[in-house]
Write a protein that binds this ligand. Sequence first.
Ligand SMILES: Nc1ncnc2c1ncn2[C@@H]1O[C@H](COP(=O)(O)OP(=O)(O)OP(=O)(O)O)[C@@H](O)[C@H]1O
Ligand SMILES: [Mg+2]
Length: 253
Amino acid sequence: MINSILTVENLSLSLSPQKEILSGVSFSIAKGETLLLCGKNGSGKSILLRALKGLIPITKGSIFLDDIDVSKKGNARNASIALVFQDTDTQIVGQTVYKDLLFGLENLGIKQEEREERIKEVSSLLDISSLLHKNPMNLSGGEKRRVALGGVLVMKPQIIFLDEPFANLDYPGITQVIASIMALQQRGVAIVIATHEVEKIAFHTDSMLILDKGKVVEWGTTKEMLFKSEQYGIRIQRVNGLPLPFEEYSWRN
Ligand SMILES: Nc1ncnc2c1ncn2[C@@H]1O[C@H](COP(=O)(O)OP(=O)(O)OP(=O)(O)O)[C@@H](O)[C@H]1O
Ligand SMILES: [Mg+2]
């Protein structure tokens, strides 16, 4: 597809011979596009994100990055795609927040001056500057999530997957994550957000893909898909029986 940064064609994945977890998944995402990935618990959202990043081998199908076939190049996908896990505890490795942010930059061989620059910029964006010298283990859930996001943002990826970015966050935590997502959009980063909490973010996304039992059941502009999503277990907000207008699907404050 023209201008697509990530294209997935007919992807299937089985973890055991009897059970296909993803079947014939196809979609694409353009540079700077934000895709909302929805579906019930167990529909395959997290597995799809992990498989695209190259953490789980796919059984069938093709994955292209910038029109280059990387289906068999898990390492190339791992390097190009940043994933913030549903469970952020597994993602934070440093003994301090600062060291955690530094870790990826050192691996990439980024020069000292630029490392400091990037850490400063991302800390200020995510409002974690005051946490830099704390032990990540002692942070709250919301703080940890911002640190995990920071750990991938300092690497300046062009594609970011966020798996349940609002889980366990309070209202200020959610609005901070939304502000960070919008800052990434301004920079032209392609973003995939896996969540069923569409009321918080749908208005700020371009496209929506709905998975049901590992298959794509809807894919199109968020505005069109949102109101079709109720049958797949996504909660549409209503007032006096009428669905809220699309513009209201935003917790941006
Ligand atoms: N390690 C595993 N081995 C076998 N089956 C698994 C494994 N991990 C997940 N599954 C199955 O794969 C399916 C998809 O799981 P996945 O975690 O991708 O769902 P999800 O859409 O992210 O759900 P949630 O909304 O609860 O996060 C589920 O049926 C799950 O039971
Ligand atoms: Mg999940």
